[in-house]
Design a protein around this ligand. Structure first.
Ligand code: GLY
Length: 305
């Protein structure tokens, strides 16, 4: 049994490990861990404590994928909702759809009893407003938000950390390979922007027969390359896990136009292997690893592509 998550998973990783050890369903166990990450204000890229869109509104994205059945539940740009990974799971279980966004996703959350929650931390509101004050002229600030946001959106390209997320992938010969994600997305994003965390094949993919992959950082890159799906398809076509990840990195490297940024790939195969590779994200990137041969989870350094 193997579990991998990015460094932001620290508030919930051991919860997931404990639940996996106790035999809880893998997706339920990962959602229990992610719920703790979503509730932790010190994690500044996921749930409560994350960063709002350009209007100062929190819009969260999340997804789950069952690698046994290739069923998916995803939600995007969801306002006023803490447990969006759990919401995505309910989309998968209760609806004939794969993805809900915006007001429809919030409506569904209310139908299944998830409370409306003000997701904006005072510090996030303060940092957002300070940033706007730096970017806008006094005249524009006076009429905000009644002005075109697109130029502002192009001007604000924050450091990598604000496009982070939390991602979990589990692999087990008996229980299959499954993936889950949750994020508040790109700070100061244009309202309605979806990252890769809800997009199947970009920010996550799982197929218990071959492997799974989950990505963090620049969704605008992985969405253009179908990064997670590419890795699992390469595994299906007989590539080793290292080769499959190298292929995905090559595709990311081929992009030379449009918005370019870093990506971290976390991938597992059906033979118990794993690879975590940093493509152009500054600084040391670390990830959580636990397997049933280890006494405790370990925080390890990702390889650099
Ligand atoms: N990878 C998270 C995002 O692009 O929003």
């Amino acid at each position: 049994m193997l579990l991998i998550a990015n460094a932001e998973a620290w508030p919930g990783f051991s919860t997931t490990v404990d639940q996996l050890k106790a035999g809880t369903d893998s997706l339920e166990a990962m959602i229990a861990g992610i719920s703790k990450v979503e509730a932790e204000p010190k994690v500044r890229s996921v749930g409560y404590g994350g960063w709002p869109n350009m209007l100062g509104v929190m819009e969260c994205d999340a997804a789950v994928m069952n690698g046994d059945t290739r069923e998916i539940g995803a939600v995007g740009a969801v306002p006023d909702t803490l447990n969006v990974a759990a919401l995505a799971h309910e989309v998968m279980k209760r609806l004939p759809h794969v993805m809900l966004t915006g007001a429809g996703a919030r409506r569904f959350a209310s139908e299944i009893g998830l409370p409306v929650k003000d997701m904006l931390l005072d510090d996030s509101r303060r940092v957002w407003w300070e940033r706007l004050k730096r970017e806008l002229s006094p005249a524009d600030l006076k009429v905000f938000p009644d002005l075109p946001l697109a130029p502002l959106s192009r001007a604000i390209t924050d450091p990598e950390r604000v496009r982070d997320t939390t991602v979990f992938v589990s692999a087990d010969s008996r229980h299959g390979i499954h993936a889950a994600t949750s994020t508040s997305g790109w700070a100061w994003k244009y309202p309605g922007r979806l990252g890769d965390s809800p997009i199947p094949g970009a920010g996550y993919y799982a197929d218990s027969r071959y492997g799974g992959a989950v990505c963090t950082h620049t969704g605008e890159m992985t969405m253009r390359c179908s990064t997670a799906r590419s890795i699992v398809l390469a595994l299906k076509l007989g590539r080793s896990l290292a080769d499959a990840v190298a292929l995905a990195v090559e595709e990311l490297s081929d992009l030379s136009e449009g918005f370019l940024g870093g990506v971290v790939i976390h991938a597992v195969d059906a033979n118990g292997g794993h690879e975590v590779v940093n493509f152009r994200c500054p600084g040391e990137i670390r990830y959580w690893l636990w397997s049933d041969t280890m006494a405790e989870p370990e925080l390890r350094a990702a390889k650099t592509a």
